[in-house]
Design a protein around this ligand. Structure first.
Ligand code: ATP
Ligand code: MG
Length: 349
């Protein structure tokens, strides 16, 4: 059986947070020992420049931060090729070919791009949108198809972007022959993980919104954020009945809690359903639930922090990993580009 290719990436616009962790990072680490797959994970610095061109140092500084987060989360360079997008010029070339296969109108209709543009306008007050930002789904299509990726582990917000990749593939293959592989999104198993909300109750935990718990946060910072997490504004006295809808504390439990956490940290309850029932009835205070959540998160994050510390002291090694991964990735993309050029007919010599 031919091995399937998994590829995914992150923008170096900040450090990675719990949303990335449950949305895609954990899946990447889980699949790392599966012999059915070949894996690529990349740092999307070109994509980060589409809305940070005036602050390239933000992108530059965060390339190594994201790499540290990858290694901290448990990605191992021998098993997963880690690379930097800008170091593979083939990706820029492929983007140029694809730009002619989508309409401006279709890009403007992309719900993810639309929401992100609205958010950016509200935050910065700037009226214009860089052309590169509008077309980032096209460059994402290049990233994915240049490696013949079958599966792309992403959070829910990226599903419409991936749909655009699939459309480009179908258009390309329709015009030039069956050259490209059509990829599929791979979403997390738990619903709460598909789009983890921010600590402030916003629909998405995001680097750009300042509402995140970072993998690099120390123990005190995590506890502090958990103690302030958005819960149920109507749950004032312990005896008041509590509501679960929009209650971030419980969404985080949905994302992270496993049955074995109860005997370890909260033996009065058997499982999450029992805890939720008590909260809904009234008589269970937020602080008790938050302490439980904090214990779970600290247990999950403590080995991540240890690995981060190890690599923080060895940044040369981290850059070497990215350099070697980029060389390997470039060779893989070059082979696909040969096929693409031949199919379009831009192979003259
Ligand atoms: P930015 O605001 O710069 O776009 P981001 O936090 O959205 O940053 P990205 O680098 O755009 O992060 O996303 C990387 C991956 O993480 C994508 O697959 C995305 O779907 C996933 N992801 C990001 N935020 C969340 C979240 N809150 N819940 C689940 N998955 C998420
Ligand atoms: Mg994003």
């Amino acid at each position: 059986m031919q091995e399937k290719i998994i590829l995914t990436g992150d923008r170096p616009t900040g450090r990675l947070h719990l949303g990335h962790y449950v949305g895609t990072l954990k899946k990447r680490v889980e699949l790392q020992d599966d012999p059915r797959y070949k894996r690529f994970v990349f740092i999307a610095d070109l994509q980060a420049l589409t809305d940070n061109a005036r602050n390239p140092q933000i992108v530059r500084e965060n390339v190594v931060e994201v790499a540290l987060d990858y290694l901290a989360a448990g990605l191992v360079p021998e098993k997963t090729t880690l690379f930097v997008q800008s170091q593979i010029p083939e990706l820029a070339e492929l983007t140029m070919y694809y730009l002619n296969l989508v309409t401006v109108e279709r890009l403007q209709r992309n719900p993810t791009v639309k929401a992100e543009i609205k958010q950016k306008k509200e935050m910065s007050g700037e009226a214009g949108v860089p052309a590169g930002f509008l077309t980032y789904p096209v460059s994402q299509a290049a990233d994915i198809t240049a490696f013949d990726a079958d599966l792309v582990p992403v959070g829910e917000d990226q599903v419409p972007v991936l749909e655009q990749t699939r459309e480009i593939v179908r258009t390309f293959n329709g015009l030039y022959g069956e050259v490209l592989k059509e990829p599929a999104a791979m979403l997390p198993d738990r619903k709460a993980c598909c789009r983890l909300p921010g600590v402030d109750g916003a629909a998405k935990m995001s680097k750009s919104l300042g509402n995140a718990i970072y993998l690099a946060d120390d123990e005190a910072a995590v506890s502090q954020k958990i103690m302030q997490v958005y819960t149920d504004p109507l749950h004032i006295k312990v005896t008041d009945p509590g509501h679960l809808k929009g209650n971030v504390m419980f969404v985080y439990l949905d994302a992270f809690c496993r049955n074995e956490h109860f005997p370890a940290f909260l033996p009065d309850y058997k499982n999450l359903d029992e805890l939720k029932d008590h909260y809904k009835r009234g008589g269970l205070g937020d602080v008790k639930v938050k302490r439980f959540l904090n214990n779970i998160l600290q247990a999950e994050l403590s080995p991540v922090r240890e690995r981060r510390k190890y690599y923080e002291a060895r940044k040369d090694e981290v850059y070497r990993i990215l350099y070697e991964g980029s060389q390997k990735a470039r060779a893989a993309a070059a082979a696909v580009l040969d096929r693409v050029r031949k199919a379009i007919g831009v192979n003259y010599f």
